[in-house]
Design a binder for this molecule. Structure first.
Ligand code: NAP
Length: 481
């Protein structure tokens, strides 16, 4: 294939990366469709108070665009968004982006992908890179009466900055990473903060010190210092965390459990402490990093509500014990519909088979990237990927490296198309399902890592294995035409 036309869908972290890597490979006929009017993906959409990445700054950066200006060990959301904007400008990606263009349909017809956007544009491509994100579609809780609430109510990923918070009665539903950050950031601003907890969460203490001016100056003059931090963090995350999550018996998991328990012991009121104690193992749900939440929830104006929510009424939240918790603002920090991936876009593969039919029992992808009968269609951070507290930037970089090799292999063999064989997909999926059973995510908790049958969907092997797989495509696993 010479000079393929490539459509990238989504101008978030992965889409920007894809455009840069395509350009470096000399592929010039590239367009990036972005449904919003700005780039940045999840970092554009999430703007809630306290938003911080729980992956360290120099690790949560493109390997080729380290950033000496990070203000803290864990970067604030607004800084990350600005970083992506700056990188996109520096690498000329912004010129390739078509904003306000939501790809609605993407069908493989007559040997090419035919795309249509909601606003009526049509395009064709040889290769499609779906960089549409994982934590993207807000999950709205099925709580009776939400519409009748007379105060302000919004999902954490749709924060309404016009709503005043200072001195008001605020409720937060949920205890995931998002809620924990919001509570910690808001408690000292509001009159009362009620946290509606359905399930307690383990929290690992993680300090977030600022980088001093001297340190930043050092990084500016010595990029190797940033690289050293990045490599050290990669090793620590990989060996001390990502690799151990896939082995529920790993001794390191017991050390992590002990660390979380010791941190929980800092809660002074024994009644509150027990309410905050989860009844499942640490890291079964995605482990939360915070060194401020336990202090925040012990403030006199913070109330942990563990009674279940009966319904929402005009004045507030009624819990099952009959109590009415009166509120001015209700924040739904209730997570995302992670089973959507490229949807609601209608993807239709070879022979007119819709992806929705292929994924009837849940999304899957060979190597977390590609699906049989969808030639040259690649999903960055797609289904079954390593999402266990690792930097998704690293995952996307490794995947792009793999995609570029595959594209080159197809081109140099005089073919036009590559898609994984059904046999390779079936083998990958069977192995993945088997390995998922012994991961920490499968030890008796509910989380967004699980599919509809309760099996973890994330990459169930070590990160080392992912790196090794991404080093070179196994061409025998592909149907090349
Ligand atoms: P989440 O982890 O899925 O948490 C959703 C919370 O909402 C859970 O506590 C859940 O309770 C609760 N919930 C859902 N429906 C409910 C209902 N009907 N009634 C009561 N409670 C309900 O979502 P998230 O906190 O937005 O985080 C999602 C992921 O985003 C994280 O795991 C992480 O990967 C990413 N994230 C990362 C950062 C970061 O620092 N990098 C920050 C924020 C988010 P149950 O536990 O009982 O289901």
């Amino acid at each position: 294939m010479s000079g393929p036309r490539v459509v990238v869908i989504g101008a978030g972290m992965s889409g920007i990366l894809a455009a840069i890597k395509l350009g470096e490979a000399g592929i010039r006929d590239v367009v990036v469709y972005e449904k919003a009017d700005r780039l940045g993906g999840t970092w554009r959409e999430n703007t809630y108070p306290g938003l911080t990445c729980d992956v360290p700054s120099h690790f949560y950066s493109y390997s080729f665009a380290l950033n000496p200006e990070w203000s803290h060990r864990f970067p604030p959301g607004a800084e990350i968004e600005a970083y992506f904007e700056e990188v996109a400008r520096r690498y000329g990606v912004d010129r390739l982006i078509r904003y306000g263009a939501e790809v609605d349909r993407c069908a493989f017809e007559g040997g090419r992908w035919r795309l249509a956007t909601r606003d009526g544009r049509a395009d064709e491509a040889d290769i499609v890179i779906a960089a549409t994100g994982v934590l993207h579609h807000p999950s709205h809780p099925d709580i009776a009466g939400l519409d009748g609430f007379t105060g302000a109510c919004f999902h954490s990923a749709r924060w309404d900055h016009a709503v005043p918070l200072d001195g008001r009665r605020v409720g937060v539903v949920g205890t995931g990473s998002t809620a924990i950050q919001i509570v910690t950031a808001l408690v000292d601003r509001v009159a009362t903060l009620r946290l509606f907890q359905r399930t307690a969460q383990w929290i690992a203490p993680a300090a977030n010190p600022p980088y001093s001016e001297e340190e930043k100056e050092g990084f500016r003059h010595d990029p190797a210092a940033m690289l050293a931090i990045r490599e050290e963090t990669t090793r620590a995350f990989e060996d001390g965390f990502a690799n151990v999550l896939v082995d529920a018996d790993h001794p390191m998991l017991h050390a992590i459990q002990a660390g979380c328990e010791a941190y929980l012991d800092t809660v002074r009121d024994p009644v509150l402490r027990e309410k905050l104690r989860p009844n499942y193992r640490a890291a079964c749900k995605r482990l939360i990093m915070s060194d401020g939440f336990y202090e925040a929830i012990q403030r006199p104006n913070a109330i942990l509500v563990t009674e279940g929510i009966e319904r929402v009424e005009p004045a507030g939240v009624r819990t099952r014990d009959g109590a009415l918790h009166e509120l001015d603002v209700l924040v739904l920090a209730t997570g995302f519909r992670v089973d959507q991936f490229v949807r609601p876009m209608r993807v239709v593969g070879r022979d007119g088979v819709p992806l929705d039919d292929v994924w009837r029992d849940g999304p899957f992808a060979y190597m977390a990237l590609t699906v049989p009968e969808l030639p040259n269609f690649f999903m960055l951070n797609g289904p079954n990927g390593p999402v266990g507290n690792f930097s998704l930037i690293d995952v996307a970089e490794l995947q792009m490296h793999y995609v570029m090799q595959l594209v080159e292999a197809v081109r140099s063999s005089g073919r036009r198309e590559a898609s994984p064989t059904r046999a390779a997909m079936a083998r990958f999926d069977a192995d993945r399902r088997q390995a998922a059973k012994t991961t920490i995510w499968n030890t008796g908790c509910k989380s967004w890592y699980l599919d509809a049958t309760g099996l973890p969907t994330a990459w169930p092997w070590t990160f080392r294995r992912f790196r090794d797989e991404m080093a070179q495509p196994r061409l025998d696993d592909f149907d090349l035409r």
